[in-house]
Structures are given as C-alpha cells and as structure tokens.
Design a protein around this ligand. Sequence first.
Ligand SMILES: C[S@@+](CC[C@H](N)C(=O)[O-])C[C@H]1O[C@@H](n2cnc3c(N)ncnc32)[C@H](O)[C@@H]1O
Length: 272
Amino acid sequence: MSKNVTATAFVVAEFRAEENAETAPLYTDNVVKIWLNEETKRIAGEIAQNSPAAKEMIKLRTKYFDDVLSNQILAGCKQVVILGSGLDTRAARMNGESVAYWEIDDRATLELKASTLKANKVTANVRYIPGDYVQDDLIALLKQNDFDFEQATYFLWEGNTTLLAKKDVIFVLEQIRDNVKSFKLSFDYMSEKVIARTTGYQDINDYIDKYESMYAPWITGFENIETLTEELQLKIIDNFSTAELHQQYRPHRSLESNLLKFYFVCTLENAV
Ligand SMILES: C[S@@+](CC[C@H](N)C(=O)[O-])C[C@H]1O[C@@H](n2cnc3c(N)ncnc32)[C@H](O)[C@@H]1O
C-alpha cells in the first residue's frame, strides 16, 4: 500500500463532509470534520477543480452504503467489518445496540483515527486491526480479533477495489466466501472501460490521467459483475451505476459527469 493510497482517505473525508452543508443533505456525518484541516482542504480542492464529479461520486456512494448498512442493522446484523476503512465514521455514527465493528487499515491511519476520536470524545464499538488485508491474510487478522465466523456479518469495502490488483480483489472475495458462514458485502467499482480508456469520453480519460499524476493509479475495473459473481458463486442483491443513484437521490439535478455512468456500487451475498 503506498502512502498516496492512504492519503486518499483524507480527500474522501473532505468530499464526504461537504454534503452536511446542503439544505437537504443525502446523509449527515457530524464526525467527519474532526479529520479535516487546511492541508486536506488544499489537496481535495486541487482534485475537485480537476473534476467536480469526484465529490459527487463520494457523496452518492456514502448515501448508498449508509442505507445498506442501516438496513442490515435494522435486520439484526451484529457484526460489521470495514475493509480499508480509512476515515470512515460509521462505527461512531451508526452504532445500533450491540453492533460490533472491525476496521482494517494501516497502523498509522488507525492510530490517528483512534487518537482523534478519543480527543474529540467520540465513542465507537470498534476493533482496529492494523494490517494489509491482502498480504497479512484477512481471515487470520479477523481470527486474532475475536470475530465470530458463524454470525451473520456485513462487509463494507468502500473506495478500495479500483486501487487493488484484480487477483487481489478476487482473493478477498474468495476468502470471505470460504470462511464466513453468512454475509452481505458491498463495494464500489469502476467499469473496466475506464481503466482501459475505452469509454469513448475524452473527459474521463483526462480526469484519470490528472488524478493518477496527483494520486494513486486506478488499476482494476469490472465490466460484468454478473460474470464475476457467477464465477465466485455469489449472489447479487443490488448493482447500480452512480448515474442511477444520482437520478434517484437528486432527481432535480443534472448529471455533472459521464464518469458516473461507469462507476458502480453493488451488494452481494453468499449463495446458501
Ligand atoms: C480511498 S481510501 C477509502 C477509505 C474509506 N473506505 C472511505 O471510503 O472513506 C482507501 C483506504 O483503503 C486502505 N487500503 C487500501 N488497500 C488496503 C489493504 N490491502 N489493506 C488495508 N487497507 C487498505 C488505504 O490505506 C486507505 O485508507
């Protein structure tokens, strides 16, 4: 994991926080502001200038994942695992009765997270697991941290798959499938066309080129999630492009970027 990949978490937090200022916000995140400072504002500003779509992508996915998670909690799910959690605030914001969270990210990010939450007197029922969920064996990491493999679990994997090698994305899905008895799992992903620069939209190619020169490269996309899930014997619960989410959540606003047509969120479950 490069330092730049880790730094993306701060940019995400900046964009996520902005929605709070809307008159009818898609979600409310009163915790996220504790991570923000002049430096994060400056870097996020540079990316936003390059493409306003970046902000909208984060806000739409935040709303979608918040809704799926809160429905999972309402349905009685007591275990939530957040992979590559960065500055995700859900363990503090969405802490239904006796819901336990596990968050995996690198040590520096998690230490900063724990200390900032403590300094701001924000509590969360969360276990931080420092490590790399690909290199360090996700299942071993969970085992060492009192995770119950027999209990229904919700996995959230937000803002990660594009940055990983495809084989690693598949490996993680297989690990969860083969070890967790009953789960639902949500993640976001790019169309493979975006990675291959074959969307036919020059603005998208320009966007990635600039993003990658400032930040982390986009490595992996999926053209057909049905094929992937069939191969892995998983079931699709939802699969939406963020353009569809935009239409649903913001019916009176026009789409700011073609990129939203190629950026997806999905929720899968194990086929029992
Ligand atoms: C773009 S940020 C997204 C953070 C958060 N999920 C969100 O959406 O706000 C990506 C995060 O995933 C973490 N990450 C990426 N690959 C990882 C891996 N293999 N193991 C652990 N953490 C990883 C990075 O350190 C970073 O904090």
